[in-house]
Design a protein around this ligand. Structure first.
Ligand SMILES: [Cu+2]
Length: 100
């Protein structure tokens, strides 16, 4: 029993090499709209609006595809630099992922 507890604690102590970041899509906006990540991190976009949205990078580095109400998609950020993104359906919805 004690060994199990120690093992469980060790599992949490292992450094996370890739973090996941959460972005909500709500009110025709990305929250947050500016996301700083490390190369290799993932971002989960969740659509809390009643209409369909996407999060599509202008440089093609990631694309959630169409997210209906309540749906989410996880994308991986593989390249360093600033990656402006937008909703492919509502192009006035914009944000930027900056990866180091
Ligand atoms: Cu949209």
């Amino acid at each position: 029993m004690r060994t199990m507890l120690v093992l469980a604690l060790l599992a949490f102590a292992v450094p996370a090499y890739a973090a996941n970041h959460a972005v909500q899509i709500k009110g025709m906006k990305f929250h947050p709209a500016k996301i700083s990540v490390a190369v290799g991190d993932t971002i989960t976009f969740t659509n809390a609006d009643s209409m369909t949205h996407t999060a599509t990078a202008g440089d093609g580095s990631f694309d959630t595809g169409q997210l209906a109400k309540g749906k989410s998609a996880k994308v991986k950020i593989a390249k360093a630099g600033a990656h402006p993104f937008h909703c492919a359906i509502h192009t006035s919805m914009t944000g930027t992922v900056t990866a180091k």
